[in-house]
Design a protein around this ligand. Structure first.
Ligand code: AMP
Length: 189
């Protein structure tokens, strides 16, 4: 199973991605997690990404495409994957298409978690309180920027993938359990 899970920050992508990992025994490929690990390890990539992420802006396409290309070459990704937080721009989506064509594989579905912007602010505030400030980008001002960036650069991907005919629209405002059930229903169609 080869999946993309999309949605604005705080939509529950990571939570649902982890459930899909268990269900299909596929790796979760989260560019955000990989970048946070790079910051933690103070690698050159982490140093480059740190300030950009703290502002809620996007890390350059070449950097994240490099991460994904490397991960897709891993043995564990041969059976499938769930991409969480990638692609975030049309250029990234085009690059992913090219990578997949080269490998002779195709996406099974793009799951779009649809949520109300006000609810996201509340969710992120809660996540910030629970994580004890471990994420520099979990605060209201940065969140507003992340939402703007999402609307401007990432949301157009829904139309991009709709043209390919594989978008599954999911109501992300429901409970975690119900969102999981809607995803399962859509993937079984
Ligand atoms: P996330 O954990 O997916 O919310 O990502 C956290 C931050 O990492 C984002 O706000 C961006 O700064 C950066 N990031 C993660 N994935 C990407 C991507 N595909 N393209 C550009 N920046 C990214």
């Amino acid at each position: 199973m080869r999946l993309i899970i999309m949605g604005p920050p705080g939509a529950g992508k990571g939570t649902q991605a982890q459930i899909l990992v268990e269900k299909y025994s596929i790796p979760q490929l989260s560019t955000g997690d990989i970048l946070r690990a790079a910051i933690e390890a103070k690698t050159p990539m982490g140093l480059q990404a740190k300030e950009i992420m703290a502002r809620g802006d996007l890390v350059p396409d070449e950097v994240v495409c490099g991460i994904v290309s490397e991960r897709l070459d891993g043995d564990d990704a041969k059976v499938g994957f769930v991409l969480d937080g990638f692609p975030r721009t049309i250029a990234q989506a085009e690059e992913l298409d090219a990578m997949m064509t080269e490998k002779g594989v195709a996406l099974d579905a793009v799951i779009s978690l649809e949520v109300d912007a006000d609810a996201l602010v509340e969710r992120i505030k809660k996540r910030a309180a629970e994580s004890g400030g471990s994420r520099a980008d979990d605060n209201e001002e940065v969140l507003r920027n992340r939402l703007d960036v999402y609307g401007e650069l990432t949301e157009p991907l829904i139309a991009y993938y709709a043209k390919q005919g594989n978008v599954k629209h999911i109501d992300g405002m429901a409970s975690i359990k119900d969102v999981t059930a809607s995803i399962a229903q859509e993937l079984n169609k």
